[in-house]
Design a binder for this molecule. Structure first.
Ligand code: NAD
Ligand code: TYD
Length: 358
């Protein structure tokens, strides 16, 4: 395995982390995967590599100092890539505490333990090491319809407990670079879509509700805009920044695919009408319902990703409409994954989040 790297990935059983782990294990990098397996962590996401000798899964918390120290000493990683987080805005509105625990306190523990281990490495290894923190465009707050897109210089103005906790973790990462010289990079990405996304998020929720004959609950007017990026394009971008990005910098990652929620839900219905028509011959659009808006609902996110495009030559490869169709097909082809994930905890969440919106 010449020139292969060893990465400590956190949150590698979740939606984006598992995509990054799969990509890296496939090309022969070794991955130590530390994941707490919260409700959104799922070992089935890693089925393809369950017998791979270059993947080691460890169930644990990024806030567990002893465990993280032991892993660093044992495996001596070339980089730590931090995907682990509580990731859903609606959950953060109903229960912010755990967002502070994992996203803020957990990230700070991880940084501190990594910094204490890193400072004793020899010079060459020390310079080569990276701490890559995965963050979101939501730290920048919200845009009006005609504002220019977020750049790396846009001031932070988080509006939800989720984005506040992510903004706080970004600040800690920056501070660990400025104060201790830890070689960090941060990427702030727009909304991801693709296979294996937990079905509390817009695209899988609407797809699976449609197929189950349930209402398609659009918050408010549905005019809110997100910039959508395929998860594989996101993970390619992370790899570029990890291996070629400048230390201490932040990079925005986006899909150049701004769409309203209403457009997306209509599109999902049209795709399903085509590939899996309703038995009564009617359109899935009949199931669209408008429900009580999300508190503090950000109107628009848009990413200016010219920095990563110019400096590192990265560009998204997926076209949104094609990627959406493939994603919907993935959910249709993976009934067992869906069935397993929709048991237990998931039902309780749906009950809690949507009951009061009717
Ligand atoms: P996800 O909820 O699917 O996965 C999160 C993973 O982290 C899960 O496997 C979970 O078990 C694990 N985890 C949670 N708390 C942990 C802890 N204390 N210790 C160890 N593991 C823990 O989320 P995702 O969509 O894959 O997001 C991954 C990262 O990307 C997050 O940091 C998120 O803020 C960021 N992000 C997500 C999006 C998006 O559209 N999904 C966009 C931009 C940035
Ligand atoms: P989501 O997938 O939760 O991502 P984020 O809040 O991080 O952008 O939501 C995407 C958009 O879809 C957001 O504007 C809220 C909206 N939305 C609905 O209209 N209905 C829903 O049931 C969900 C989950 C989201």
């Amino acid at each position: 395995m010449e020139n292969k790297n060893l990465y400590l990935v956190t949150g590698g059983a979740g939606f984006i982390g598992s995509c990054f782990v799969l990509q890296n294990v496939r090309v022969g990098n070794k991955v130590i995967n530390l994941d707490k397996l919260t409700y959104s962590g799922n070992l089935e996401n890693l089925d393809e590599i369950k017998n791979a000798s270059n993947h080691v899964f460890i169930r644990g918390d990024i806030g567990d100092e002893q465990l993280v120290r032991k892993l660093l000493e044992k495996f001596q990683p070339d980089a730590v890539i931090n995907f682990a987080a509580e990731s859903h805005v609606d959950r953060s509105i109903l229960d912010p505490d755990v967002f502070v625990k994992t996203n803020v306190l957990g990230t700070e523990v991880l940084l501190r333990v990594v910094k204490d281990w890193w400072k004793n490495l020899d010079e060459e290894k020390k310079n080569k090491f990276r701490f890559h923190h995965i963050s979101t465009d939501e730290v920048f707050g919200t845009l009006s319809m005609d504002d220019p897109a977020f750049t790396e210089e846009t001031p932070f103005a988080p509006n939800s407990p989720y984005s506040a906790s992510k903004a706080s973790s970004d600040h800690f990462v920056r501070a660990y670079h400025e104060t201790y010289g830890l070689p960090t990079v941060i990427t702030n990405c727009s909304n991801n879509y693709g296979p294996r996304q937990f079905p509390e998020k817009l695209i899988p929720l609407m797809t699976l509700n449609a197929l189950a004959g349930k209402p398609l609950p659009i918050y408010g007017t549905g005019e809110n805009i997100r910039d959508w990026l395929h998860v594989e394009d996101h993970c390619d971008a992370i790899y570029e920044v990890l291996t070629k990005g400048r230390v201490g910098q932040t990079y925005n990652i986006g899909g150049r695919a701004e769409r309203t929620n209403l457009f997306i839900v209509n599109k999902i219905c049209e795709i399903l009408d085509d590939i899996k028509p309703r038995s009564d011959g009617k359109s899935y659009k009949e199931q669209i319902t408008f429900v009580k808006d999300r508190l503090g609902h950000d109107l628009r996110y848009a990413i200016n990703c010219s920095k990563i495009e110019k400096e590192l030559g990265w560009k998204p490869k997926h076209n949104f409409e094609d990627g959406l169709k493939e994603t919907i097909q993935w959910y249709l082809n993976n009934e067992d994954w869906v069935k397993n994930i929709q048991s237990g905890e998931y039902q309780k969440w749906i009950e809690k989040n949507y009951k009061e919106r009717q």
